[in-house]
Design a protein around this ligand. Structure first.
Ligand code: UDP
Length: 137
């Protein structure tokens, strides 16, 4: 079994799409081992996305991620990291496969409804950024 970290981003929570996204998560065999609704500060978003701090979209991205609540999740299944990224689809919804979360729900390349860890090392940073061991069941 593998664990990954996921976010239902502000654009999706604002449009009341959280239930639809959670349904897809469970229908695709993921166990939700951690979940909470939180509102990030700008500084917390910057800490989470520190790997992107030199990118031109960094400031806008952190403003977006802290403008309204998100749902953070720890998901578990075999091959969870790759399978969650497949279910999300490409970063830019214009390039995402039909049936993916980003194709169906994203607004644009920034407001793309969901986040997923891209590698085991990333998941190992991201899961404890948001969850203590006691919050994972
Ligand atoms: N992003 C953006 N503009 C870009 C590329 C990315 O606003 O040109 C945002 C988008 O919300 C994306 C996040 O930055 O999900 C992180 O980018 P990354 O390339 O890591 O994409 P992901 O792993 O989320 O698919």
């Amino acid at each position: 079994m593998e664990r990954t970290f996921a976010i239902i981003k502000p654009d999706a929570v604002e449009r009341k799409l959280a239930g639809k996204i959670l349904d897809r998560i469970e229908a695709n065999g993921f166990n939700i081992v951690g979940m909470k609704k939180i509102k990030l500060t700008k500084a917390q978003a910057e800490g989470f996305y520190y790997v992107h701090k030199e990118r031109p979209f960094f400031n806008d991205l952190c403003a977006f991620m802290s403008r309204s609540p998100v749902i953070v999740l720890c998901l578990e299944k075999e091959n969870a990291i790759a399978d969650w990224r497949t279910l999300m689809g490409a970063t830019n919804p214009a390039n995402a496969e039909p049936g993916t979360i980003r194709k169906d729900f994203a607004v644009n390349i920034e407001e793309n409804s969901s986040h997923g860890s891209d590698a085991p090392e990333t998941a190992a940073f991201e899961i404890p950024y948001f969850f203590s061991a006691l919050e994972l069941v």
